[in-house]
Design a protein around this ligand. Structure first.
Ligand code: BG6
Length: 509
């Protein structure tokens, strides 16, 4: 595995801990070599030491995504027993010549190479081009041409382009050097167990499918709310904004999982084609169906976005975005999908909330029908991973009265918590050549097409009302208005599946 950007944050905080977890569970190949490439002045020993030091910082940190009890030295050795480091400039041919010489000498890894581009997006095209120019993407195929005798694969991080034109240009650059089966466009949301589980929930159970359509579902809300701000990433965020950062990639992946048709099989192309169908059926969002926001100062001296490091004092970059989407197909015609994401919100919650159409009420004429809460199915992606169903029951007592209650499944109640930072499955899948959880070129291009008009409008028209939501709140009032147009409202972000009146009597367990 060759990591470009070996001294960077992603490598230290996520990739190496994920590789360590794979080594712990015995999922790293027996013959494994880890090769770092970076401009930083390091060598194999000092690079390995810096990674070890980083691992030590995760020991006992309950809140850390990479929490471990100790760095197990035998596991560490399995991971870093063969470590190489090549120092150089990513734009320099000589670097790739050195890399080629290094790889040529590696005999026990069977010629398989995974190139991981943990670098800024401006390097994606150039690095892939250089790898190709150095002849490092060549695969030897077996005699009938069905399986490479050794493989070469490249993982490309996000952002994959910043609009439809740049995504197309990047795809064509990359596809000049490597073939689609060698390219793994990663979206770390697909590494989350709860996201992968959506397909299991839908397609391994007979009870949901008959409800999963425009006859039964009123609308779908997808929320990815964060309590963190932009932290040290002001420079990146200023030119990116909340929409580009989260919606056409992470949030659309959640949308595809909910909206896709059942695939004919679970092979990569069957699954990805069904997701691509969803993206193709998405109507390009009209600017009036989108809302942007920027956080201002919050209580207790919390700084507003414009006061953050590397952010312009009059910045027009959005830290919140909400959109209403329409899917033009038989299953979803007329069912709006509302997506929202924001920084410095009241609570960290990533959730898909499916609201069912109301009951016709007739037998409950004497109850206050106007306040009958709807049925919701909640797919709780993080942090309280689980699934909850909210429905009505009769409140105990002599009169017929209704109460909303919940049935809840929590992952933690059923499965032991394994150390998992979310990249393990994805890296393992690259090593085994399974592209199911990775984006195909057509998928990326379609997703940018869907948000293209909003991006154009927002870059042409500076917002006049920024900041328009306080840090620690639920976002701008305009986002509420987006749903209110048709008499709907967002589930409160602070709620996370606990809405509806509290049960009057505790159930006997
Ligand atoms: C990243 C975005 O891709 O995803 C960040 O660039 C965001 O801004 C992050 O915070 C969210 O990921 P997660 O897994 O923490 O929900």
């Amino acid at each position: 595995m060759v990591i470009f950007g070996a001294a960077g944050d992603l490598t230290k905080r996520l990739l190496v801990p994920a590789l360590y977890n794979l080594a712990t569970t015995g999922l790293l190949p027996e013959h494994f070599a880890l090769i770092g490439v970076d401009l930083a002045d390091l060598n194999a020993d000092s690079w390995r030491d810096s990674l070890h030091k980083m691992m030590e910082t995760f020991v006992g940190k309950a809140a850390s995504e990479s929490r471990i009890d100790a760095v197990d030295e035998a596991t560490w050795k399995r991971l870093t027993g063969h470590t190489g480091y090549i120092q150089g400039d990513l734009n320099d041919d000589a670097l790739y010549e050195k890399l080629k010489q290094y790889l040529d000498k590696l005999t026990d890894t069977g010629g398989n190479v995974l190139f991981y581009l943990a670098v800024g997006d401006r390097f994606f095209g150039p690095v892939v081009t250089h790898i190709g120019k150095a002849g490092l993407f060549g695969e030897n195929w077996d005699q009938d041409g069905t399986k490479p005798e050794h493989w070469r694969r490249v993982v490309i991080e996000k952002p994959f382009g910043h609009d439809e034109a740049s995504a197309k240009a990047l795809n064509s650059t990359i596809l000049r050097c490597a073939e689609e089966h060698q390219i793994f466009r990663i979206d770390h949301f697909l590494g989350k167990e709860t996201v992968q589980n959506i397909m299991a929930l839908r397609f391994a159970n007979g009870m949901f499918e008959p409800l999963w359509n425009r006859d039964r579902i009123d609308h779908v809300q997808i929320t990815a709310a964060e309590t963190v701000g932009v932290e040290t990433r002001g420079k990146f965020y200023e030119k990116t904004g909340a929409l580009r950062d989260m919606i056409p990639n992470h949030v659309f992946q959640l949308l595809a999982m909910v909206a896709m048709e059942p695939p004919g099989g679970f092979d990569a192309n069957a699954v990805r084609s069904r997701k691509a169908d969803v993206f193709r059926a998405l109507r390009t969002v009209a600017p009036e169906d989108a809302v942007r926001g920027q956080y201002g100062p919050g209580p207790n001296g919390v700084a507003g976005y414009r006061q953050e490091k590397d952010v312009a004092p009059d910045s027009g970059t959005e830290t919140y975005a909400a959109v209403q989407l329409a899917i033009d197909n038989w299953r979803w015609a007329g069912v709006p999908f509302f997506l929202r994401t924001g920084k410095h919100m009241s609570r960290r919650v990533t959730e898909i909330a499916i609201r069912f159409k109301p009951a016709p009420f007739a037998p409950f004429e004497d109850t206050d029908v106007a306040s009958l809460p709807p049925n919701w199915l909640l797919l709780q992606i993080q942090p309280d991973e689980g699934i909850a169903l909210q429905f009505e029951v009769k409140r105990p007592g002599p009169v017929v009265d209704l109460a909303a209650v919940r049935m809840a499944f929590k992952y933690d109640d059923w499965f032991p918590k394994e150390p998992n930072i979310g990249y393990e499955t994805l890296i393992f899948d690259v090593m085994t050549g399974d592209q199911t959880l990775f984006n195909r070129s057509d998928m990326v291009e379609e997703t940018w097409r869907v948000v293209g008009k909003i991006l154009e409008r927002w870059s042409a028209e500076a917002p006049s009302d920024f900041p328009n939501y306080a840090s620690g709140s639920d976002g701008p009032a305009e986002a509420d208005a987006l749903l209110a147009r048709e008499g709907r409202s967002w589930r409160p972000t602070a709620d996370n599946g606990k809405s509806g009146p509290a049960p009057q009597t505790k159930p006997a367990v």
